[in-house]
Design a protein around this ligand. Structure first.
Ligand SMILES: [Zn+2]
Length: 267
């Protein structure tokens, strides 16, 4: 869609960088400039050190460059049934994603390679989950996905499945837990234990139920992510390709979208 410059007086006009936001941003819910600035600020706050407090943010909008990379990774996953992923990096105020997928690997699981940053600042990782007959877009983070946030500089982890995106973010409180821990490996094991205990509890201890019914597995993993995020004060977001809202700990009911201006109807 070509970008049509508009007069400076139109506050609802698309900015050039909004041009790539895709259909989710088009139509009657074009964000105002104030909203766009808030969105950019939220993303910046989540990817900086030190991170924000766990109760600070309710919504995050992904930068268009990152959405594009996630779209690309999701398409590749759809084609070959393998997880794709890489590193989210920052240079100045610009964010980009570096795909580090090993296409020669027969493993359908993505193994990160944090050494590839193109000399930019590493702020987090991203990866896809496969959507197939068993796994829907409700799929969420595994215990191994969650403990990646213990890595150096790993402020956020973004996961894309089909057209849905989920994100975990570090908080001031989580970093305080990290600083208190004598050994981060031990803390990682504790987080995995908390995750697995919540997963089992969600199934009343009957793990076979999840093995037989993929819906039960997805319900139990969601419960496990929320329990682990609650215990370790991580922020958990879920949404579509662009916009995610808080889920689980700290989530407030969505406010009416008064900040979005509907287009004028011409009769
Ligand atoms: Zn994963």
């Amino acid at each position: 869609m070509p970008f049509e410059p508009v007069g400076p007086g139109d506050p609802t006009a698309l900015l050039p960088w909004m041009d790539d936001m895709g259909p989710a941003m088009a139509g009657p819910t074009q964000p105002t400039i104030t909203q766009q600035m808030k969105d950019k600020a939220n993303w910046r706050v989540l990817t900086q050190s030190p991170p924000p407090s766990h109760n600070q943010l309710q919504e995050v909008v992904l930068p268009p460059e990152i959405v594009k990379s996630l779209d690309h990774a999701a398409r590749a996953t759809n084609i070959n049934g393998k997880e794709h992923g890489g590193n989210i990096v920052r240079e100045g105020g610009d964010y980009s994603a570096i795909d580090t997928t090993d296409e020669t690997s027969n493993d359908s699981v993505f193994w990160p390679d944090r050494s590839k940053t193109d000399g930019k600042d590493f702020v987090g990782g991203y990866h896809t989950h496969v959507v197939d007959k068993k796994t829907t877009e409700n799929t969420t983070f595994s215990e191994a996905d969650m403990t990646q946030l213990l890595e150096d500089g790993h402020n956020i982890e973004v996961m894309r499945a089909g057209n849905s995106t989920k994100m975990l973010a570090r908080t001031k409180e989580f970093e305080a837990i990290m600083n208190k821990a004598e050994n981060l490996d031990d803390l990682g094991h504790e987080m995995e234990d908390a995750y697995n205990a919540a997963y089992a509890a969600a199934l009343d201890g009957d793990l076979q139920r999840a093995a037989k019914d993929p819906k039960e597995h997805e319900r139990a993993t969601e419960a496990a992510v929320i329990a682990t995020a609650t215990k370790y004060k991580l922020m958990y977001f879920a949404g579509d390709r662009n916009v995610m809202r808080r889920r689980g700990p700290g989530a407030k009911p969505a406010a009416p979208k008064t900040t979005y201006v509907p287009p004028t109807i011409i009769r």
